[in-house]
Design a binder for this molecule. Structure first.
Ligand SMILES: NC(=O)c1ccc[n+]([C@@H]2O[C@H](COP(=O)([O-])OP(=O)(O)OC[C@H]3O[C@@H](n4cnc5c(N)ncnc54)[C@H](O)[C@@H]3O)[C@@H](O)[C@H]2O)c1
Length: 319
């Protein structure tokens, strides 16, 4: 894992002259080859792994070296698991594969100094609107005109995040699913200001990662969470009303609907804190929508620090 060598972020390397670089609507987006991923957590590291594996040049950015070292170790560990299966009889080819992928990834703690040659800034940091806006607002001033910005947010409007920048036409959403190397879907989100060129580039990039993209407008929850979160919340309410045990509801949805996990197992996997965070945001925006109502049981579990698998207890115990 290399430290990224910064290039001059103030040098515009797009194909236009300086004047047209400043004019956002004139910018056409070429294929995305160089990606800066901000946030080396669960999602950022997963996206970095997939992008590097598919031959993209990746800079992974986080707030400190320790986190980045952990992210790099996580990527390497994940690649080793891939190699164990794919190169079972060819250990040398496996090692070569890992070295090649890891050579595509560099790390940095200074986003502003690394975006000077990037085609895409993809953000996967903490789910906080102000912090995301601050990050993109600062990078908007130093990134080249052709650079597309995208957020991996699960619950915040892309339009609100983009409003901190002057590149509304080159801003979209790329919503990946956890664990990124395993999950095939990417929701590509366009706001009312996202240009067709930008949207097409994000679709093409998702395909270049080996994913299957679907197109979606900037609507709460996009497609998957808009359907999944109300479903999981109704499962909790069903249980709260005493109409079925969580075990029976899980069995029913697995055997009756063919779902790989029941709603309570899925809630524990996603994180009850995350589910509550998403629902609270929706309730605030649309309090009269019956699909978007809080649950006492969920709130109580979160208040007790029972977030699901990651804390050892949620609806079920994991210790
Ligand atoms: N976890 C999921 O299942 C999932 C799925 C889809 C989308 N998302 C979204 O992806 C984003 C990241 O989620 P995650 O689960 O990877 O979170 P995470 O907590 O695992 O990782 C976030 C990382 O961002 C870093 N960070 C925070 N502020 C930063 C800043 N200003 N600059 C650089 N790095 C910063 C943190 O140090 C941390 O390493 C969130 O917006 C979340 O809603 C999460």
């Amino acid at each position: 894992m290399r430290q990224h060598q910064p290039v001059n972020p103030f040098v515009c390397d797009c194909i236009h002259d300086t004047a047209s670089c400043l004019s956002s609507s004139a910018v056409r987006n070429a294929a995305i080859k160089h990606v800066t991923i901000i946030g080396g957590g669960q999602m950022g590291a997963g996206i970095a792994q997939v992008a590097a594996t598919t031959g993209h040049s990746v800079v992974l950015v986080d707030t400190n070296e320790e986190i980045l070292k952990k992210s790099a170790k996580g990527i390497e560990g994940s690649l080793k698991r891939v190699v164990k299966k794919k190169f079972a009889d060819k250990p040398d080819a496996g090692a070569e594969f890992i070295a090649k992928v890891m050579a595509n990834v560099s790390i940095s703690t200074d986003a502003a100094s690394v975006v000077g040659s990037t085609d895409l800034v993809l953000e996967a940091i903490v789910e906080d609107l102000k912090i995301k806006q601050g990050l993109f607002g600062a990078l908007d001033k130093v990134a080249p005109a052709h650079t597309i910005f995208a957020s991996n947010t699960s619950s915040l409007p892309i339009t609100d995040i983009a409003s901190s920048t002057s590149r509304l036409d080159r801003f979209g959403g790329l919503h990946f699913f956890n664990p990124v190397p395993m999950m095939k879907l990417v929701e590509v989100i366009g706001t009312s200001a996202t240009s067709q060129d930008t949207f097409d580039s994000l679709l093409a990039f998702s395909k270049a990662l080996g994913k299957t993209p679907v197109s979606c407008k900037d609507t709460p929850g996009f497609i998957v969470n808009r359907l999944l979160v109300p479903y999981m919340m109704e499962a909790i309410r069903l249980h709260e009303r005493g109409h079925g045990s969580k075990e029976d509801i899980d069995i029913a949805m697995k055997l009756g609907a063919g779902y790989p996990m029941g709603p309570f197992e899925l809630l524990d996997y996603v994180g009850l804190d995350t589910a509550k965070f998403i629902m609270d945001g929706w309730v605030e925006k649309d309090p009269d929508n019956p699909l978007m109502q809080p649950s006492e049981m969920l709130n109580k579990l979160v208040a007790e620090g029972k977030f699901g698998k990651k804390t050892g207890e949620g609806f079920y115990k994991y210790k």
